[in-house]
Design a protein around this ligand. Structure first.
Ligand code: G6P
Length: 373
């Protein structure tokens, strides 16, 4: 069994370390030398992609979080309205779908019943369905009009890591492809983003090399046994949700992710002296408004006694002044940052859960693939 885990204590640790390669595999052969995205195996023509006037993303769990990130990217790059919905809610509320709607179903296993039912509903309503899956020949891809495989390799740990990062990479490819075939005015931005996407595996590897401080903080948080709150804005918000989900799954600890702007509308009342708050901080470059806002949110929770752990861009001196601990990730365009900022949160959850004596690869009550509704 030790050999199967490639020298790691758990499959999850092995899979966290496989992420740079997994993301590189997702991208392989899908960006040509002219900087065009080629999704040959996706059985949808350029014209099909041009005809789309609305995108719906449906997914569950961690895959849903990948969908939330994708919404920000698709709307920004393509100007096509995009909604994200939990697959288990989708078909019960009569969503507005037609032939020019693209439904993107994200499912690592390709077998999640809620997502499959959402796909069937979309097809009944004549929408086009593109699935993003890690499992070749699984049910959701088979029932979809088109599929893009993530090529993460088999993921054994119940808590998703490399599958999530490769879903993000695949979704970025779909968004950029949509932008390219529609000839959207962001051509320069798209090519800059593509270069950054290609550079992502190297940056993910750097994040993985620097996880020691994360582990240390996780052990401290385990000792205090407190609930942990996660806050973020823009794409940092879904990353906060994912960080909280990982902690719930693995540590059986109460954890919540919030849009940082919503703190003042309720969640801030949860803050007590010593409550750990993990803040996902966007790049400070260009003195972005987003960055200013999250610094204010950090100040708000600090003023109420929170212990702030910030995941920020390397060299972000402002965050370093305000947070109690910083976890630095390499610079990246805002929309691609989740490929980097999600990684320390995976390790944080795994280490915290280990300190509490949990079963990392097989958390209680959870299944890798949920084939009931
Ligand atoms: C289960 C797993 C999660 C996963 C979710 C969706 O709950 O434990 O890790 O995110 O299903 O799975 P899917 O295979 O559809 O991505």
């Amino acid at each position: 069994a030790a050999a199967e885990k490639g020298g790691f204590d758990t499959f999850m640790a092995k899979e966290i370390h496989e992420q740079p390669q997994a993301v590189a595999d997702t991208l392989r052969g899908r960006i040509d030398e002219q900087g065009q995205i080629v999704l040959d195996e996706v059985r949808m023509s350029d014209q099909d992609f041009r005809d789309i006037d609305k995108v719906f993303i449906v997914a569950c769990g961690t895959s849903y979080h990948a969908g939330l990130v994708t919404k920000y990217a698709i709307e920004h790059w393509t100007r096509i309205p995009c909604e994200v919905e939990l697959a288990s809610e989708f078909r019960y509320r009569d969503p507005v779908l037609d032939r020019s709607t693209l439904v993107v179903a994200i499912s690592q296993s390709g077998e999640t019943m809620d997502t499959l039912m959402a796909v069937r509903h979309a097809k009944d309503q004549k929408a086009r369905v593109l699935s993003i899956s890690n499992t070749v020949g699984s049910t959701i891809p088979r029932e979809s009009d088109a599929v893009l495989y993530t090529r993460a390799g088999i993921e054994v740990a119940v808590a998703s890591t490399k599958a999530f990062l490769t879903q993000l990479a695949a979704c970025y490819l779909v968004g950029l492809h949509l932008a390219q075939v529609r000839g959207i005015k962001y051509a320069d931005e798209v090519s800059a983003i593509l270069d950054e996407l290609v550079a992502a595996p190297g940056k993910i590897a750097k994040v993985i090399e620097n996880l020691d401080p994360v582990r240390e903080m996780a052990r401290e948080c385990a000792a205090s046994g407190e609930r942990v709150l996660f806050i973020g804005r823009h794409v940092g918000y879904p990353v906060a949700l994912e960080g909280a989900l990982k902690l719930k799954e693995l540590a059986y600890l109460h954890a919540e992710g919030f849009a940082a702007g919503e703190l003042k509308h309720g969640p801030i009342s949860l803050i007590e002296a010593g409550t750990p708050v993990v803040a996902i901080v966007p790049s400070p470059r260009g003195r972005s408004l987003l960055h200013d806002k999250i610094i204010s949110n950090i100040q708000e929770v600090k003023a109420r006694g929170a212990k702030v752990i910030a995941v920020c861009e390397e060299g972000d001196k402002i965050t370093a002044v305000h947070a109690d601990f910083v976890i630095e990730t390499p610079a990246s365009p805002t929309l691609l940052a989740p490929l980097l900022t999600a990684v320390p949160l995976q390790e944080f959850a795994a280490e915290l859960a280990t300190a509490l004596g949990r079963d990392i690869d097989q958390p209680r009550n959870l299944a890798k693939s949920v084939t009931v509704e």
